[in-house]
Write a protein that binds this ligand. Structure first.
Ligand code: HEM
Length: 139
């Protein structure tokens, strides 16, 4: 990620952090709309708690955007845990698309093409590292 992209992520997160749990709540609604198969993964999940966990994870991803290497091992471990939750490759695609949609809705006019590119890169990086941790070769 470029320094400008890291700056854009931080700027947009400043706008969202006070409403972070609402944002992740809206995100899960959208995820279940675009990929109903993901609902069953959260059957026994306390969603308000999960909304907070995801908000914290997003904050960490934004804060660590300049340190891809440092984040990678944590994300790989998280990817391995996600395999245990029943998450597969197609779910990650749905996750990324629902997240970009939610951010666009939330940020409104602040959502520029440059900001979209910055978030796309950040999410693709996180998902890539998680998927690397989920493959048998990584074990
Ligand atoms: C960048 C992508 C993702 C991030 C940052 C993320 C973040 C998290 C975090 C922080 C947790 C808490 C437990 C842990 O750390 O292992 C969690 C749990 C979970 N995530 Fe994700 N996640 C991502 C992708 C996905 C995808 C693609 C799915 C499936 C659609 C998914 C489904 C779940 C489920 C089922 C749990 C367990 C919930 C429970 O404890 O009942 N996640 N996720």
């Amino acid at each position: 990620m470029t320094p400008d992209q890291i700056q854009l992520l931080n700027t947009s997160w400043q706008m969202l952090r006070r409403v972070a749990n609402e944002t992740t709540g809206r995100f899960y609604e959208r995820l279940f709309e675009v990929d109903p198969d993901t609902r069953r993964l959260f059957e026994n999940t306390e969603m308000p708690v999960q909304q907070t966990k995801l908000a914290r994870a997003l904050e960490t991803i934004v804060r660590s955007a300049g340190d891809a290497e440092g984040m990678a091992s944590r994300l790989r471990a998280m990817g391995a845990r996600h395999t245990g939750y029943g998450v597969d490759g197609s779910h990650y695609y749905s996750f990324a698309s629902a997240m970009l949609w939610t951010l666009e809705q939330r940020l409104g006019e602040a959502w520029t093409p440059e900001m979209r590119d910055a978030w796309t890169a950040a999410i693709a990086g996180a998902v890539g590292a998680m998927m690397a941790g989920s493959s048998p070769a990584a074990a």
